[in-house]
Design a protein around this ligand. Sequence first.
Ligand SMILES: Cc1cc2nc3c(=O)[nH]c(=O)nc-3n(C[C@H](O)[C@H](O)[C@H](O)COP(=O)(O)OP(=O)(O)OC[C@H]3O[C@@H](n4cnc5c(N)ncnc54)[C@H](O)[C@@H]3O)c2cc1C
Length: 429
Amino acid sequence: MTASFDVVVVGAGPGGMAAATIAAETGKRVCLLDDNAGPGGQVWRGFRTETAGKSAHGSVFLDWTGRLQRTDCEVWTGWQAIDRPAAGVLRLERNGEGRDIGFGRLILATGARERFLPFPGWTLPGVMGAGGLQAMVKAGLDPRDKRVVVAGSGPLLLAVASSLTDAGTKIVGVYEQARFAQLACFGLTLLAQPGKLAEGARYRLKTLRAAYRLNSWVVRAEGQGRVECVTLTDGRKEWTHACDWLACGFHLVPNLELPRLLGCRVAGGYVAVDGCQQSSAPGVACVGELTGIGGLDKALVEGQIAGWAAAGRESEARTLGAQRQRLQRFAQRMDRTFAPREELRMLASAETHICRCEDVTHAELKGRGSWREAKLHTRCGMGACQGRVCGTAAEFLFGWEISGSRPPVFAARVSTVAASAETADPVRG
Ligand SMILES: Cc1cc2nc3c(=O)[nH]c(=O)nc-3n(C[C@H](O)[C@H](O)[C@H](O)COP(=O)(O)OP(=O)(O)OC[C@H]3O[C@@H](n4cnc5c(N)ncnc54)[C@H](O)[C@@H]3O)c2cc1C
């Protein structure tokens, strides 16, 4: 073991940064680790202290970065948590190098990913997740003059369309599958949160030149070797747009692999936690998107609560209880508003790949009784993404329950896994 800390926080998005900062400010020895090159997570991806002031949420990023830097918290970047070889120990890997880290308390803030639902042509080059395309542009992909259709579901669509517009992209249209009635109810509840309403309005103003249609979804993408056009529908008629890229994601799903491996109980799709963010696994707290897709504010509040609790200061944690409840209700409303509609189950044809890592089609999966049976008979979910994409899709398409998680939770070198086996907890085997 190379190091041991009072508190280890996995995931340096807003939830993890807030948790690590608070725990370190109380004098605990804290390590904050993340598999990216720097802290920030999804919403603050690519933010730098010199330029963040100009971005939406930039001042909040600067506040938390400043506070974190003033503590003695160790920040380990590029490290991925892949296993828990023994009680109180996490196994990490970076560029093929393995390392163990010991913890007294563990806070998981591993965030969320986009939900992809298969349709004919979804594996063509140029079809990407909406947040995925945004991340690639932040990493240097030149989007200028590209024609982009943005489709799927969730508030991320407008945020992505807005940032791509800023970067010089021509947004052809933004297509949200949720119905008008669902969005109207959601909009009304936002009246109580003027900040979020203003943020949505800002995004829409930036993209006014592009169509924004509700009740509309992609039915297929076509092209010779890469996407050239996308056909959409509102359930009555179809229309087609020529485009260079299709940015498509259906809201978000939490990254539950590590919490599951650590034995945290999952209920209704999220980690179940108490008022201090403690999960059912002793000494393990979960915050942010893991407990409900609620965005930046929820992640920050829950992170602070978990940080206080890790320092044994539950009374401070409880002062944030009312904010936490309000933000959790907001997350539940988002889930209801952007839940994928029934029609999306019918998009994939028999030949559509559901598992693109292992080339498994819809026809090969149809009729299987469970996710386990599908894996054993077709290798679905056994490729590089380990079911992160196809497992989530299969859950929706076939109604299968996906419950377990096995180490390593990310692809890792055999030497790292073997070292893990040497220190294995005899209880876990
Ligand atoms: C692709 C994408 C783009 C998004 N873009 C926006 C946006 O532009 N605006 C917005 O308001 N919201 C955006 N969101 C929503 C975002 O989830 C929340 O706003 C917010 O970032 C959630 O904070 P968090 O701390 O819960 O998790 P995140 O910010 O997601 O942070 C989690 C961190 O944990 C790391 N991690 C996960 N597993 C491990 C592991 N095993 N080992 C080490 N590190 C790990 C991840 O790489 C990530 O850095 C986006 C979400 C996604 C999925």
